[in-house]
Design a protein around this ligand. Sequence first.
Ligand SMILES: [Zn+2]
Length: 212
Amino acid sequence: MSPSDPTPATTPEDVPPLNGEPLPLEFSNTVFPVRGTLRDGFRTPEHVSWWLRSCRHLFTTSLLEPDLAAVDETDAHCFVLLRDAARRLIDAHIRGHDPDPWDVAQVNRVSALGRPWPALRWEAGRRPAALHCSTAPPVVTVQAEIAQALVELLAGIAPTLPTACPAPGCVFFFDAARSRRQWCSQGCGNRARAARHYARHQSTTASGHSSI
Ligand SMILES: [Zn+2]
């Protein structure tokens, strides 16, 4: 934390797991099950701030604590709208379905927000560096970054293979291109194997009974 970030970070109740997926998938995985019920990881501005703070390494936009403290209800609503559109588009992509045109328009609208540009900073005696500048607040430019990463994922520009986790009750997407995984996490793999074992055991028991 830098000297300009004096606020201690607090974690709100029921936050989504961070699975280390590429940005559009990590963003989409902010709908998550808690004790059998789906929760929205963006249901309050504090939840959006927490997620952005936890994932700021995924953005070129720099997010300082004052930027995160300024996240409000309108921002949270925008995050939910973009996230829900992203989930439907990724799902359509995986299933080979046509998208809802509203979702495509939503992503394209957000992708154009802020329009960051690189600016040169070159101080005497130092090496030149590129700064990412924008006329929009950081909480808006990060939404544009998410939308742009989603466009690259769905258009096949990014080397990502979005996959829906097949484990029972799981709603997460993961990148199957990065490793030869069948599930989003080890926990889901264990649950899926246990469910298969249970189903096999049940069918064996049932056939055993029928033979009596
Ligand atoms: Zn899973």
